[in-house]
Write a protein that binds this ligand. Sequence first.
Ligand SMILES: NC(=O)c1ccc[n+]([C@@H]2O[C@H](COP(=O)([O-])OP(=O)(O)OC[C@H]3O[C@@H](n4cnc5c(N)ncnc54)[C@H](OP(=O)(O)O)[C@@H]3O)[C@@H](O)[C@H]2O)c1
Length: 248
Amino acid sequence: MDSPSPLADHCVLVTGGAKRLGAAIGRRLHAAGANVVVHYYRSRDSADALVAELESARANSACAVRSDLHDVAHLPQVVAAACERFGRLDILVNNASSFYPTPLGTITAAQFDDLVGTNLRAPLFLSQAAAPALRASRGLILNMVDIHGRRPLKDHSVYCAAKAGLVMLTKALARELGPEVRVNGIAPGPVLWPERDLVASLKDEIIAKTALKRPGAPLDIARAAYYFAADAPYVTGEIITVDGGRSL
Ligand SMILES: NC(=O)c1ccc[n+]([C@@H]2O[C@H](COP(=O)([O-])OP(=O)(O)OC[C@H]3O[C@@H](n4cnc5c(N)ncnc54)[C@H](OP(=O)(O)O)[C@@H]3O)[C@@H](O)[C@H]2O)c1
């Protein structure tokens, strides 16, 4: 029978892990035995609440670390904090992201820096900082990409280009970090609507174009994360699409 705790003693760092999909991934991997480092930037209360929840399930199994991922010079300290707290690092989940429209004609350099900074630059520099620890643990980098990293979303060229870059980074680092480290990605479709308002008619339109005719749930993404973390030792450089058939 499979172990109920295949990730026992493993250390997982989830960026943007306080809420939404990042929190769902952290909870799922924690339930599989992992210790979880919840990275956050603005969501201190949510990060503290998640750490308390995880700690009440299992003592000394979670902590939070704060960082603005645009501060590239600080990123090695985020990785070091995780390694120091649990003595190792096994999984880096590059989940944090900014997402908003940038119609051509309105795009600013600040928007470009923000969208590329969170969705591509930070994953690269976090991966670079984490590589020695991940090599030592024969670990995993898991990048949260998007179906729109392969197929454009109207008025979101900068976000889409950043996610497309993250798709290629996933494959490039899989070659470079093998054989010790696996590097994979998850491409969600409509799972959790953005926190900013989205008109109901647009949601309906997206669901109508989705084969399974419903949005996904955070657990659908967490299950894919569990697969890569615990059940995919011969899979690297791969992106799993979890979109209910939206991109068919
Ligand atoms: N939701 C979906 O249906 C969907 C669909 C396709 C792809 N995805 C991808 O899946 C991942 C998770 O999605 P989500 O909707 O759960 O993400 P989200 O809520 O939009 O963002 C996750 C976190 O990113 C963090 N973040 C943003 N800018 C940051 C910065 N400068 N420094 C540090 N952290 C920063 C924020 O942390 P704080 O709150 O702590 O500031 C935020 O809570 C993302 O990579 C997203 O692109 C999601």
